[in-house]
Ligand binder design. Structure first.
Ligand SMILES: Cc1cc2nc3c(=O)[nH]c(=O)nc-3n(C[C@H](O)[C@H](O)[C@H](O)COP(=O)(O)O)c2cc1C
Length: 372
């Protein structure tokens, strides 16, 4: 009898059908080395490898909607038309190999403007001085993140401009040919800083009540939805739990998620934390799945992420209805062919390019052929 797997069932989201539930979690590469937000040939290979490996949908690294929204000067961007063509090369590469790719649009707010501090870098992970191309960051208030420089509290005008920047970047994403967009509203970045009662102490229409705190995100979601049209999936990444006293809980996030779906979002990508410097938490296998499950059980399509590394674990999350998709980050960096290995373990068709058939046929398992 043929085996079945919930993990390798397709998922339809608006006009997009994603062939399986193994997705690449967004991961900054800090590889736009000319400091102009332009992706490179390295990005084509980087994302291309996951297409060959049978990942259902990949989320790009956080891609800045304005230059001051970059986590580091080396982040990818989509704030200018000049960035469209290099991204198109990446997206075309992924499509040629049978994959699907969504762009994660981000504004890092008060956490922007640091050097990445990668192994081997000359500069440690400190704020980029203004005379080295740094900038004054934008925040919900003037409160700093840990020992980062103090941000400039955002004015009405700044926030209108931030909404417009997301919309313009989403329009560019459509012209690039991305299969979906994700709005990054987690990890203590600008939108998350507004969402959380811990960091948003404003008394104006952008703060105060839940309605005020959600205003920035909901305006972005609604305006992005009308800019990209009815067919393109719009995902939202939230920190489902702030993991700090007085912060947002999964139940709050579930309620927010339902409102976001009403605004035109399609799926909530449930990450966590990142709001306050020095927060202690001990991640273990599947440490954020329970929060995704709460969002999902409330009625919002949801993805789970965080130390999901085994086929059995991923299969259980989907089969038991904890989430609609799983996102893998570091495990896919270690093994871009994880999806194929998982399919083999679960005894179902291996997602692989047709032209690789000799590597996969001749075994008991059949091939679920990707386009290439
Ligand atoms: C190198 C690296 C870069 C990351 N960059 C981003 C990012 O750009 N956007 C984002 O939402 N999350 C980012 N994350 C978080 C991951 O998407 C993911 O949520 C986290 O690593 C937990 O999943 P994992 O245990 O499967 O790695 C990053 C994580 C890593 C390891």
């Amino acid at each position: 009898m043929a085996h079945t797997s919930a993990l390798f069932e397709p998922l339809a989201v608006r006009a997009l059908t994603v062939p399986n539930r193994v997705w690449l979690s967004p991961m900054c590469m800090y590889a736009a080395i000319s400091r102009d937000g332009m992706v490179t040939r390295g990005h084509q290979v980087h994302y291309g490898q996951f297409a060959l490996g049978g990942v259902g949908l990949m989320l790009t690294e956080a891609t800045a909607v304005v230059p001051e929204g970059r986590v580091t000067p080396f982040d990818a961007g989509l704030w200018s038309d000049a960035q469209v063509e290099p991204w198109r090369e990446v997206v075309d590469t992924v499509h040629d190999l049978g994959g699907r790719i969504a762009v994660q649009l981000a504004h890092a707010g008060r956490k922007s403007g640091h050097y990445p501090g990668l192994p081997g870098d000359e500069q440690p992970a400190v704020a980029v001085p203004c005379d080295e191309g740094g900038w004054v960051s934008l925040g919900a208030t003037g409160m700093a993140f840990g020992d980062y420089p103090h941000p400039r509290p955002a004015s009405d005008e700044d926030l209108r401009a931030a909404v417009d920047a997301y919309v313009d970047a989403a329009r560019r994403a459509v012209s690039v040919g991305f299969d979906a967009v994700e709005i990054h509203a987690g990890h203590g970045y600008l939108i998350h800083e507004f969402l959380s009662p811990v960091t948003n102490t404003r008394a104006d229409r952008w703060g105060g009540s839940v309605e005020g705190r959600e205003r920035l995100l909901r305006e972005i979601v609604r305006d992005v939805r009308s800019a990209v049209g009815p067919d393109l999936p719009v995902l939202v990444r939230l920190s489902a739990e702030d993991a700090v006293p007085g912060g947002t809980l999964a139940a709050d996030t579930a309620a927010t998620s339902i409102r976001l779906i009403g605004d035109g979002a399609d799926l909530i990508d449930c990450s966590g934390g990142g709001l306050v410097a020095g927060t202690e938490y001990r991640p273990g296998p599947g440490y954020q799945v329970a929060a995704a499950e709460e969002v999902h059980r409330a009625g919002a399509p949801a993805a789970a992420v965080g130390m999901i590394t085994s086929a059995a674990q991923a299969e259980t999350i989907i089969r038991t209805g904890q989430a609609d998709a799983v996102l893998l980050g570091r495990e896919l960096l270690r093994n871009p062919f994880w999806a194929q290995q998982a399919a083999r373990e679960l005894g179902v068709a291996v997602p692989a390019p047709r032209r690789y058939y000799r590597a996969h046929w001749g075994e008991e398992l059949t091939l679920r052929a990707l386009g290439w």
